[in-house]
Structure formats: C-alpha cells, structure tokens
Design a protein around this ligand. Structure first.
Ligand code: SF4
Length: 207
C-alpha cells in the first residue's frame, strides 16, 4: 500500500498542549476541506506516493521517538497510517515510539473512534460548529489527557470556540498584525476561561 505524502521533517511541535516537543512530522497530502485560512494549502494537491515499508524506514531514520501525523487531512489515509504504525513495530520492536494525530475531525465517528487508540494524543481542529459539537460529544467519553479540541481564533465570534479546549490565533504573515491578533486572542481567552496556544513555528518562521 502507498500513502500520498507531502513532506517528512523534524521539528518541535509549535502549537497546542505539546508545544516544544521534538517530533517527526509526516504531512500527508490532500484534504476534504478548502479553508480560506489554511496555512498548508500547498499540501492539498501535491505530494508523492510512498510505500508503507519505505515510509516506515524514512520515519525511523529520523531518529526521534515521537511522530506527528498531520496534513492536509491525515484521516483520509487512516488505513495507510495504521499499516505504517504496524510496520514500524515490526521493523523496530524494541523502540518505544509515540504517535500523535492532528485532524479536522470530519472523519471521526462512532465507527472510527477505536482507530484513535493508535495515538498518544489526538488534536482535533474542527472547522464548523456542528463538527465541533459532534466530536466533543464523542471524545468526552475518552480519557481527558488523550484529546484536545483546538480552534482557530479569527475574531472571537467563531461558534466552534464553545467546544474548544485550546484556542490559537489566526496568522497572516504580517508580523505586526499577527501580534495584535494574538494579544486580542489572549485577552479573549482570559475572559472566556480558555487555554491559549502560541504558534511558535509560524511566529519564528520555521517548519
Ligand atoms: S481542514 Fe485544515 S488542512 Fe484542510 S483546508 Fe482546512 S485548515 Fe487546511
């Protein structure tokens, strides 16, 4: 089986509860949404097909013990992900690797919920109110440390913020404007008792 991969790289986690942790990022290509604010539009159409075995060895060669599956929307290739996770265990049975997932949540439902057990943590960034509500109702049954609902703060009126456990300011690439937005977002988080997430990678201009 092959997965369509846009890129594999090492970095720190730049957002959310795991900010600062070094990880191998596997950015899978393709997404079922076309959000106007998407900062990974380049991954929607491009990418290369890589066999499970080859991808597993590329990940292992990176030498880190945390792997973040991101996109695009990685759950569009969930079968491939589970095969890679199995293959990594087979190639390297003594390594204790942890897998993390970043998803828009559209593919999460009662039937797919058990798939999430493959991961150390699942971070869902729902893009509308109904998805946020639906995902929250499903995840609430699972241990709290296992999941996050991370919502993008645009102007504080996003309806899905109601279900957020962590809130992250939108960025535009304009440093002054982004700083002002982040400060307004911090104030909003204090007023609304929500956890604020920095955007370390975007702010530093690193991957
Ligand atoms: S769901 Fe995420 S990856 Fe897909 S278009 Fe929206 S922001 Fe981009």
């Amino acid at each position: 089986m092959k997965l369509k991969v846009f890129e594999i790289f090492k970095s720190i986690q730049g957002e959310g509860i795991d900010t600062g942790l070094p990880m191998v990022f596997v950015r899978l290509a393709g997404c079922n949404r076309k959000c106007w604010f998407c900062d990974t539009k380049y991954s929607w159409e491009n990418g290369s097909f890589i066999e499970v075995e080859e991808l597993s060895s590329q990940i292992l060669k990176m030498g880190l013990d945390r792997i973040c599956w991101t996109g695009g929307e990685p759950l569009l290739q969930s079968k491939g992900i589970s095969e890679v996770i199995e293959k990594i265990k087979e190639i390297s049975p003594n390594k204790c690797l942890s897998h993390y997932l970043e998803t828009n949540g559209d593919q999460i439902n009662k039937e797919t919920l058990s798939f999430l057990n493959l991961f150390q943590r699942v971070v869902v960034s729902p893009k509308d109110y109904q998805t946020a509500k639906r995902v929250r109702e499903l995840l609430i049954e699972l241990p709290r440390h296992f999941w996050e609902i991370k919502v993008l703060w645009i102007n504080g009126s996003e309806s899905e913020l109601e279900f957020a456990t962590v809130v992250m300011p939108i960025t535009t690439g304009d440093r002054e404007r982004d700083k002002e937005t982040a400060i307004r977002c911090v104030k909003w988080c204090i007023e609304n008792n929500k956890r604020f997430s920095p955007r370390v990678s975007v702010w530093l201009g690193i991957k």
